[in-house]
Design a protein around this ligand. Structure first.
Ligand code: NAD
Length: 496
């Protein structure tokens, strides 16, 4: 079935003003068109921003617990339609069905968590230094937010932004990736069904170049929350800082697993397979590097290679599939180009290395799970984000050397260490310069009740998700209130 996708502006589903459209295609089978989507322009953005501005005051003044209740109702709707939405994620983005359902589950978890924030959103009350005076800090919304998201988590990442933005009292213009517009549309449809007033959540489809930048720099947009590539994130951050706008960016990664000589190798191999080839290597937290202690290097490499060789490529909806396609032709060419770069740099290609075009896979963007061994830390394949099913394996002399290699990249999103030694795990925990550190688990699998994000070129501004320092900080600002009921002029720092 081909969906006729629309924008959602001021509570109504509307066609793009210019009438131009583009297609959303199944990356595992390019003959399967999933949706015809409005290729919106600046006028559509104007309409959406105007609606979000109009709705703001009423929404900001709606008690936070009432805002939270609507989000909790959205969670219930998502639970009921999880199978339908998860299947769509697989069809439109390509990840295997279990992961498609996991994507939606993350959106559900976020909806429950952020819906409940409606009854927290806590500030602080502290004593005043003066009599008959009280002081408190409260969280207030920022205003109208632009939310710009990538394709690799088509429901989870939008949910990570939409729910905390709304529960905090902001209104939203959401521009999803043009590679997963149908998932975004279904998600917004389900959230709107929960009873959001018109204009609180608006959805505009289109390309980053044509409308993303225009939206982010719009004078009536107060804040921007972006997830995507480092190149685009840094550009938007520079632009927003010049315009005095709030912005937070979650960006690329070059994540690594350390395997120590005392590690449980069976666990480490499982972790490297899941981290490296899960979601076809297209997670910001994907384990694209494995740094192995020299004493177990050959043994690890052998089992890792043998296990990777058994992975089955195919349509993510089939139970027999372990690894789906990459998202599009551009990404496929980029990944294949990195394989050439790795070969030219002198890394040892030990498995994979080609596009996979057998049988039904000939109609999609499939790449063989690929492992490079003897990768030197400064090679481009060990430094740059590839975002595909390619893992580089590097030898380390010991813990200190391994940590140095992990940290010696421009990114700092996620790192993991496999060791049975509590002291080594403590040193890794202390010295790895990444936003997330896993011990005896892979680099992927963050839970939503804690802040999510990275250091260096992986993250700018506030973290996403839950917990102290998470997304509520991104979507609120602090206001401090002093109330003097003494009936006279009191002077802080002066009156004693
Ligand atoms: P991308 O940067 O190409 O696009 C992300 C979004 O930005 C899309 O909606 C796109 O349309 C829009 N966009 C593109 N150019 C723009 C511009 N000039 N102005 C405004 N908006 C623009 O990224 P992608 O290919 O969709 O996603 C893959 C990237 O996302 C990877 O680098 C990955 O690591 C990163 N990512 C990071 C996280 C994280 O939390 N750190 C999570 C998922 C993905």
């Amino acid at each position: 079935m081909i969906e006729k996708v629309k924008n959602f502006i001021d509570g109504k589903w509307v066609s793009g003003i210019s009438g131009k459209t583009f297609k959303s295609i199944n990356p595992g089978d390019t003959s399967d068109t999933i949706g015809i989507v409005p290729r919106s322009g600046q006028k559509d953005i104007e309409a959406a921003v105007t609606a979000a501005c109009k709705a703001y005051d009423k929404w900001r003044l709606t008690p936070a617990p009432r805002r939270g209740e609507i989000i909790l109702r959205a969670a219930e709707i998502l639970v009921k339609r999880k199978q339908e939405l998860g299947t769509l994620v697989t069809r439109e983005m390509g990840k295997v069905l279990l992961e498609g359902l996991g994507d939606v589950q993350e959106a559900i978890d976020m909806a429950y968590y952020m819906g409940s924030e409606g009854r927290r959103l806590a500030g602080e009350t502290v004593p005043s230094e003066l009599p008959n005076k009280d002081c408190k800090s409260i969280r207030v919304p920022i205003g109208v937010f632009a939310l710009i998201t990538p394709w690799n988590f088509p429901t989870a990442i939008p949910a990570w932004k939409i729910f905390p933005a709304l529960v905090s009292g902001n209104t939203v213009v959401f521009k999803p990736s043009s590679y997963t517009p149908v998932c975004a549309t279904k998600l917004v449809e389900m959230i709107a069904q929960a009873g959001l007033p018109p204009g609180v959540l608006n959805l505009v489809h289109g390309t980053g170049e044509e409308i993303g930048e225009y939206l982010a720099s719009h004078p009536k947009i107060d804040g921007v929350s972006f997830t995507g590539s480092t190149a685009v994130g840094e550009k938007l951050a520079r632009m927003c800082s010049a315009l005095d706008k709030e912005i937070s960016c979650e960006m690329g990664g070059k994540n690594a697993i350390i395997v120590m000589d005392d590690a449980r190798l069976d666990l480490a191999v499982e972790g490297a397979i899941w981290g490296g080839f899960g979601t076809t290597g297209q997670r910001c937290t994907a384990a694209s590097r494995v740094i192995v202690h020299e004493a177990v290097y050959n043994k690890f490499l052998k089992v890792f290679t043998n296990t990777a060789a058994k992975l089955r490529l195919g349509n993510g909806l089939l139970k027999t599939t372990d690894v789906g396609p990459v998202i599009n032709e551009t990404q496929m060419n980029k990944v294949l180009n990195y394989i050439d770069i790795g070969k030219r740099e002198g890394a040892k290609l030990i498995i994979g290395g080609k596009a996979y075009r057998k049988g039904p896979c000939s109609k999609g963007y499939f790449i063989e799970p690929t492992i490079f061994a003897d990768v030197k830390p400064r090679m481009r394949i060990a430094q740059e984000e590839i975002f595909g099913p390619i893992v580089s394996v590097t030898k380390a002399k010991g813990l200190e050397d391994a940590i140095k290699i992990v940290n010696d990249v421009p990114y700092g999103l996620s790192a993991a260490i496999y060791t049975q030694d509590v002291n080594k795990s403590a040193i890794a925990e202390r010295d790895l310069d990444t936003g997330l550190v896993y011990i005896n688990a892979s680099t992927i699998g963050a839970e939503i009740q804690l802040p999510f994000g990275g250091t260096k070129k992986s993250g700018l501004g506030h973290r996403e998700a839950g917990g102290r320092g998470g997304a509520i900080d991104m979507f609120t600002k602090w206001k401090v209130i002093y109330r003097d009921y003494s009936g006279r002029l009191q002077k802080a720092q002066i009156d004693k």
